[in-house]
Design a protein around this ligand. Structure first.
Ligand code: ADP
Ligand code: MG
Length: 373
């Protein structure tokens, strides 16, 4: 049964429409977003769908086919919710001042949650598009991305960046999206691995990521401290890396700066390669990014290191952890005719260590959020 039929079953009337927002993978540019730097995500084929219909009593009711449990009902003007419902409810609260009213929402998804593929932003963006469309509220997509970020910060309490909702709302098929996290400006960069005889594997390592254990917040604080000591607004502004490293006494801060500054350059290099039609050459940049995240930024985890190691030994072009780290997913770029061998090598490496088998996803750069029906 599809989400439209399930909506009718749950709420006793048909939905007015179905909206869908994809998850994303960040090709390169990790932990650069909150340093005012550059990121290069693309949208996945998998995402979150929201079937929706207006209510004229100012009540928002939400239910998810993945979350189970009761339907959550709150006034769209504000109220108290907890758990997964804070995402759609938070989005509605943020949009309330733009003139949206009550609605029934049914959420369905084919995107793994907590795998670093940004199911939270997909949920926010699908909800946001649905509510805006239902009420004829016109919000430009870059603005909607900012509102989704605000909803995640203010209501879900997660200090996320602009990348996730921007990727979900602005990405297009066959492209990655270069986003400048300082200006909020973005541009499309051609990225169609299959057309270049390449396969990009996305591998959920099944090591759950959680931002709650403080590792992520600590990295942000370290970057802020380093920027303060270097007298710049953000690490984005460090122009002389050697000079900066020479002036920092704390070896931890030196490592963090080294990562952020070089990672921004890797994004620019990656964009240059893609624009030149040299996608296969990205592999070395991906692996360099991974090593920097492992050794300088110290956010990798054993399963991610094992994937990159096994894949490159099996002849893949390169690979890296993607997302905030401490668990989540890895991407591997390989010649299409080596994809099977690479996949088998990764599976063997996991089995040899007694780890749960990783999950492989199709990472085809796909279109951004849209109305389905
Ligand atoms: P990621 O965004 O990488 O998937 P997060 O921890 O940021 O990981 O977001 C996952 C959270 O988003 C879930 O714990 C849940 O609260 C919410 N979420 C995502 N998809 C759904 C869904 N289909 N139904 C209900 N909640 C969802
Ligand atoms: Mg998220």
């Amino acid at each position: 049964m599809n989400v439209r039929e399930r909506f009718a079953e749950v709420f006793g009337r048909p939905p007015e429409g179905v909206w869908r927002a994809p998850g994303r993978i960040n090709l390169i540019g990790e932990h650069t977003d909150y340093n005012d730097g550059l990121v290069l995500p693309f949208a996945l084929p998998m995402g979150v769908s929201v079937a929706a219909a207006r209510r004229d009593d100012g009540v928002l009711e939400v239910r998810s086919l993945q979350a189970g449990g009761e339907t959550v009902r709150v006034p769209v003007a504000g109220g108290s919710v907890s758990g997964w419902a804070t995402y759609p409810v938070g989005m509605a609260w943020v949009l309330h001042e733009y003139g949206i009213g009550g609605a029934s929402l049914l959420v369905d998804s084919d995107l793994p949650q907590g795998a670093g593929l940004s199911s939270s932003a997909a949920l926010l963006c699908a909800t946001g598009l649905a509510l805006c469309d239902l009420y004829g509220v016109e919000v430009e997509r870059p603005e909607l991305a900012r509102l989704a970020q605000r909803a995640e910060w203010d209501f879900a309490g997660v200090p996320s960046g602009l990348m996730d909702p921007s990727a979900s709302l602005l990405a297009t098929a066959g492209h990655a999206l270069m986003l400048d996290c300082r200006s909020g400006l973005s541009s499309r960069v051609p990225f169609a691995p299959e057309e270049a005889g390449l396969t990009l594997l996305a591998i959920d390592t099944r090591a759950g990521h959680t931002l709650a254990d403080g590792g992520y917040a600590r990295r942000r604080a370290e970057c802020e401290r380093a920027a303060g000591l270097l007298g710049v607004a953000a690490l984005r502004d460090v122009k002389d890396l050697a000079g900066a490293l020479g002036s920092l006494r704390d070896p931890v801060l030196r490592r963090r700066v080294q990562h952020v500054v070089t990672e921004n350059h890797r994004v620019e290099a990656a964009v240059g390669l893609l624009r030149a039609g040299a996608a296969a050459e990205l592999g070395a940049l991906l692996t360099a990014s991974h090593l920097s995240l492992r050794d300088q930024f110290e956010v990798s985890w054993p399963q991610a290191d094992a994937v990159v190691d096994a894949a490159t030994r099996a002849g893949a072009r390169g690979g890296r952890m993607t997302g905030g780290g401490f668990g989540g997913s890895v991407i591997v770029l390989t010649a299409a005719d080596r994809a099977e061998r690479t996949r088998a090598a990764v599976e063997e490496a996991f089995a040899a260590r007694g780890w749960a088998a990783p999950a492989f996803l199709a990472a085809t750069p796909s279109q951004g959020a849209r109305r389905l029906a």
